[in-house]
Design a protein around this ligand. Structure first.
Ligand SMILES: O=C(O)CCC(=O)C(=O)O
Ligand SMILES: [Fe+2]
Length: 373
């Protein structure tokens, strides 16, 4: 790995952090005392803690789906998906001890020397994109779309795609493969239940093949947000919605995840930001663009973002469930018939995916790709 450059010019910083795979973590460890210009967000994107309210909705107890309160829990899930697109769940079937191991594992993974992580970084000198040994299922990186962004995001990540258990255990980093796989498998069970509930409310029953098509691409990410010398100038993740069907998110106890209200709800105004507070043992669920499109806009893909902190490094571990690339996604016919109008066109999911990853984060603009104006 190259020695830490002075960061006196923007190319040397970009090369060090992005190209050579040192990440934000490597830059922080090199001893910077203030945030480099490339990370300074335009004023309108900075996060002011005092501008947000707290989302104090209690978490939804998913074990009650199997008991006499089933209908009430279904209502809670549906209402949250329609209003905010974000909610928290407990008794979700993912062992609580596993959640603790995942957070610890994420810290350990990112705490490794850069050269251990850079082998998973496409195009770095440690792993040229032409290399035949390049790992097909794992990607380590920093920010979201560094080549396209006006300001970089203060985040490193490792992304692990699931094909089957054997390949996960063969290709995923040995430091995190076991816990990540167990997390993915237990989370997917919950996702299926949630999708069933949400589709059921739309009058749609999905057979196994359709459920697999809508959740066929599964990824576990570990996000690492190093402590930041100027949190008021940066973002951990900029405003975006997730592209898939449902995201399951484990956040640690630090906080800093915000969701934007798309409509006035319970005395709170459209456009306001709400913090989703950490709740020990709970998981955060959010609706992605795919479910918004399928439901013809009834379920909200929530715009969200993450702040950084000056004192501690934050980790989060999302599981993304995403349609298969070959799937065509559009509003479900039953819903369009009822609504009398289709608000989105049908798109090949591969095209949606390429558009999503080909652009910097910009709120819910990703949905414009499918929106009928
Ligand atoms: O770190 C978080 O809390 C959220 C991360 C996120 O939004 C994402 O990875 O898509
Ligand atoms: Fe997200």
């Amino acid at each position: 790995m190259a020695p830490a450059p002075s960061f006196s010019d923007s190319d040397s910083l970009f090369n060090f952090v992005v190209r050579d795979g040192n990440g934000v973590k490597g830059m922080v460890d090199s001893g910077i005392t203030k945030v480099p210009q490339q990370y300074v967000q335009p004023k309108e994107e900075r996060i002011n803690k005092s501008d947000a309210t707290l989302n104090d909705n209690p978490p939804i107890d998913l074990s009650k789906l199997d008991g006499p309160d089933h209908d009430q829990v279904v209502e809670e899930i549906v209402r949250a998906a329609e209003n905010l697109g974000f909610f928290q769940v407990v008794n979700h079937g993912v062992p609580v001890e596993l959640l603790e191991s995942l957070k610890e594992t994420a810290h350990n993974f990112f705490g490794q020397p850069p050269e251990k992580k850079a082998i998973y970084h496409k195009g770095s000198s440690a792993c040229p994109s032409s290399s035949p040994s390049r790992n097909p299922l794992v990607k380590y990186g920093t920010s979201f779309a560094p080549e396209k962004e006006k300001a970089l995001e203060w985040k490193d990540y490792v992304s692990m795609t699931y094909t089957n258990d054997t390949e996960a255990l063969e290709f995923w980093p040995k430091e995190c493969k076991e816990v990540s796989l167990e997390y993915l498998k237990t989370s997917i069970k919950m996702v299926r239940k949630l999708v069933e509930v949400l589709m059921g409310k739309l009058g749609v029953t999905l057979d196994d093949a359709k459920m697999n098509a809508l959740t066929g691409l599964k990824t576990v990410n570990m996000n690492y947000y190093p402590a930041c010398p100027n949190p008021e100038l940066t973002v951990g993740v900029g405003r975006h919605s997730d592209l898939g069907t449902i995201t399951v998110l484990l956040q640690d106890g630090i906080g800093g995840l915000y969701v934007r209200l798309e409509e006035d709800i319970n005395g709170k105004k459209k456009g306001e930001w709400m913090e989703i507070p950490p709740i020990p043992g709970a998981l955060v669920i959010n609706i992605g663009d795919t479910l918004e499109i399928l439901s013809n806009g009834r379920y909200k893909s929530a715009e969200h973002r993450v702040r950084t902190t000056s004192t501690q490094s934050r980790v989060s571990v999302p599981v993304f469930t995403i349609p298969k690339r070959t799937e065509k996604i559009g509003p479900l016919p039953q819903v369009v018939e009822r609504d009398g109008v289709a608000r989105y066109r049908e798109v090949l999911f591969e095209d949606y995916l390429n558009n999503f990853f080909g652009n910097a984060h910009e709120g819910k603009k990703s949905l414009d790709f499918a929106r009928i104006f």
